[in-house]
Structure formats: structure tokens, C-alpha cells
Design a protein around this ligand. Structure first.
Ligand code: KIV
Length: 270
């Protein structure tokens, strides 16, 4: 089982992918990926919402439990959805604790801001490992949109400061999303915890992407993602072939069914 300490000691780039169900988690684990993030990206990726904002604690907990059942080896990190942390201290601790106690996650990820520094310290002290997340934080879509972050010096300094503050508060890793590569390199150099880049260039200690983007399932992938497969095409053609087989009478064939010899006298059934 991968632990947060293993990530710190890793001498190869750390691999991290999202997953939202047991089957995908099992395949991701089998491919040797180090960390599975049950991201609130599930909102757009698989739940049909327009953003991550409607995703609930129950949805993340249920999906995290499925992922934890499917994958033994990778570190399972549950994403804390919009407003599930940072409003009331006791609720934040309860919600984060649920992901470990009930859902089987080994850590939580929190989109970082000024108000999550103290919370990171509290959760870490209680034994809940926290992954920080700076740069583009999609839960702030109504303030920042999905634009690149940290392109101006003052904004870049603020992102670097937030990352450092969360490291000091005990975060075990930090996601750097959609920021310039040179800023990500500088932050990676400065921090002693691993940085996980998404749209942040190659200098980070690891990389993370959303599984539906990697598989080629997303209709509108972000510019920094790459499709390493064509799952959309594969699914479309398999489903079309199935429909054609049913409509043409080719499926089911004899080998897909069975007859019970004891039921020879079916006339007596009614
Ligand atoms: O929700 C998510 O999947 C994320 C990653 C993109 C880092 O936050």
C-alpha cells in the first residue's frame, strides 16, 4: 500500500489519476499508478453537472468507497467538495473524517486558500493527511473562471506563499493547477513536500490528470490534458454494434441462452 511517506521518498515522478468507481480504480491500480484522487471533477466528468460546485459530501464518500474497494495499492485521496470544509470548524473535521472512517480514503485534498491553512494544521494533527491545491481551483470558478493563474508577478507570489503556508501547516503534497511552468518549477524547488502538476509543466514532482481526459472520453478536455486513448470512439462503436445485433436478431445467439429439458410440456404452464 502506498503511503504519504512513500510519495515524499519517491525517486521517480509520481503518477496520480482520478477515478470515480471500483472498475476504473482497479485498472488504474493495475497499471501501477501511485495515487488515485476521487476528485470533485466527478461533477463534470461523470455526474453531468456543469461545474464541480453541486458535488456533495455523500457523492464523494460513496465514490471514494467504491474506489477503495477496487484499488488496494495506490494511495486513495478523497477531494473535499465545495463548502464541505471551511465554513464551520466541527463540520469541516466531520466531513474530512468521514472520508477516512467511512469511505476508506487515506487522505483528503482541499482546494487551498487563506482559510484552509489552520484547517490543514488541525486535520493533520488529528491524523487526517491533507493534500493542498493551489493555482486554478475550480471551486472558485465564479471568481476566476478556468483561466491560467499566476501569470502576473503579484499573483505568482501569492500562489507560492499559499503553497508554502500549507506545507508549514502540515500538507503532505500540493497540487499546482494551470500555472506557468517556471512558477511551478520555482515552487517545486522551494517546497520539500511533493508537488503534483496539472497544466503546470514538467518540473513538478508528479503529474495528475482527470481519467476521462486521459481515456479520450471527455467532450471538452482542458488544453493541458492529453488523450492517451479513444474510449469515446470505442464505447460508441461497441454500443452501436450491440444495438445493430439486437435489431437484426444476431444477438442473442443460441450459445447465449439455455433450454431446460424439464420444461418440455410448456402447454401446461397456463
Ligand atoms: O477534482 C479533481 O479531479 C482535481 C484534479 C484535477 C487535481 O482537483
Amino acid at each position: 500500500m502506498t503511503t504519504v511517506r512513500d510519495l515524499r521518498d519517491a525517486d521517480e515522478p509520481i503518477t496520480m489519476l482520478t477515478a470515480y468507481d471500483a472498475v476504473t480504480a482497479e485498472l488504474v491500480a493495475r497499471a501501477g499508478v501511485d495515487v488515485i484522487l476521487v476528485g470533485d471533477s466527478m461533477g463534470n466528468a461523470v455526474l453531468g453537472y456543469d461545474s464541480t460546485l453541486p458535488v456533495t459530501v455523500d457523492e464523494v464518500a460513496s465514490r471514494t468507497a467504491a474506489v477503495a474497494r477496487g484499488a488496494d495499492e495506490p494511495l486513495v485521496v478523497a477531494d473535499m467538495p465545495f463548502l464541505s470544509v471551511g465554513v464551520e470548524e466541527a463540520d469541516s473535521i466531520d466531513n474530512a473524517g468521514r472520508m477516512l472512517k467511512e469511505a476508506g480514503a487515506e487522505a483528503v485534498k482541499i482546494e487551498s486558500n487563506e482559510h484552509t491553512v489552520e484547517l490543514t494544521d488541525q486535520l493533520t494533527a488529528l491524523g487526517i493527511p491533507v493534500m493542498a491545491h493551489v493555482g486554478l481551483t475550480p471551486q472558485s470558478v465564479n471568481q476566476t473562471g478556468y483561466a491560467r493563474q499566476g501569470t502576473e508577478p503579484e499573483e505568482a507570489r501569492e500562489i507560492a506563499r499559499l503553497a508554502r503556508e500549507h506545507e508549514r501547516a502540515g500538507a503532505f503534497a500540493c497540487v499546482l493547477e494551470h500555472i506557468p511552468s517556471n512558477l511551478a518549477a520555482e515552487i517545486t524547488d522551494e517546497l520539500s513536500i511533493p508537488t503534483m502538476g496539472i497544466g503546470a509543466g514538467p518540473a513538478c514532482d508528479g503529474q495528475v490528470l482527470v481519467i476521462t481526459d486521459v481515456l479520450g472520453l471527455s467532450e471538452h478536455p482542458p488544453p493541458f490534458a492529453e488523450a492517451f486513448g479513444d474510449a469515446r470512439g470505442e464505447i460508441e462503436s461497441a454500443v452501436a454494434e450491440y444495438a445493430e445485433a439486437v435489431e437484426s436478431g444476431r444477438f442473442p445467439a443460441e450459445e447465449h441462452g439455455h433450454e431446460a429439458p424439464e420444461l418440455d410440456d410448456l402447454d401446461e404452464l397456463y
